[in-house]
Design a protein around this ligand. Sequence first.
Ligand code: SAM
Ligand code: SF4
Length: 364
Amino acid sequence: MSTERIRKIINNKELNRENLSYLIGLEGEERDYFLKSVGEEYVKSLGKKVFFRGLVEFSNYCTKDCYYCGIRKSNSHSERYDIDDKAIIDAAKFAHEHKYGSLVLQSGERSDKAFTERITSLLKKIKEVTKGELGITISLGEQSEETYKEWFAAGAHRYLLRIESSNRDLYYKIHPEDEKHNFEARINCLRSLQKHGYQTGTGVMIGLPFQNYDDLADDLLFFKELNVDMVGMGPFIEHTETPLYDFKDELWPIQRRFEVALNMIATLRLLMPDINIAAATALQAIDPMGREKALRYGANVIMPNITPTANRKDYTLYENKPCTDEGADDCSNCLSIRVEMAGREIGYSEWGDSKHFFKRTGKD
Ligand code: SAM
Ligand code: SF4
């Protein structure tokens, strides 16, 4: 095994495109060495703390038609649901009582007035019932500047909007090329979120058809260039009822997508040492300990699913989604033990904001 090149890249921070691509593609013992080294380095600089964000996937109605997603508008087999406000607020109370620190509200994309106003009032209500103590991240897709401003004023302070792929050509292989799915518009949304004061997160899917290690290296450079505060990225998992399923035979084996996803997390941790990196739920769909492995190698945020159990099975972005039959309590208990097994500590009741955000905005 030759570890010299890896050691040199880590020590000298030689993080050019070629080296990033090399790290992302590592296999076997060299890969093990790389992951372990990053894990050790990052604990030295960022510490052992990881933060919980209770995830509520409150609705799977969506107006968009992304080619990879099981809840896309054109999937007529998707059983649609929209959880009522009381159940969402109860989930927020659950997160607060269980010292999760923060909540993530996620759904399919809608931008009609009834939806945007409902979110504004929900955000205010959640802030009120948790005495302003629960941090709120939202992940509700592309919206107007006005809407972003309104939701920020109502209490959301972090926003997740994955670019999905920073390669424009690839973007249009996984989305229709139309007004609703516009690459530049999505980047503009990310800029607008930063402008209006959000801690801004993005991310990509890993192991998409037509994607290679260089594309993934470019994704990491895109995050750096955009100066984002948080990243959530995970393996692509095909769904039978989506157009991308036609390319299933061209995908990397699922285990390789998982390995490369961990390589991406570790490589990003080298490139952006002070951002928040989430251990994506899709990792757990492949390996029961997938998210905990991500915590070992660079991730510092984990999002226990606290969506009411009855609805979980219908938020099927991909098949074999984990924990769809467990209640929030089961998840919470098993997760804290597993985080500790991964050698990390939970920052109970802490918002766990991105350190990078405070540096970027001078609010340090
Ligand atoms: N609708 C919002 C949006 O698209 O930004 C938020 C919800 S969307 C379901 C959240 C993320 O799920 C997307 O950004 C995408 O990366 C991920 N996702 C969708 N389908 C997936 C799949 N088949 N495999 C892995 N991740 C998937
Ligand atoms: Fe809708 Fe988001 Fe799925 Fe695209 S990824 S179809 S916007 S829920």
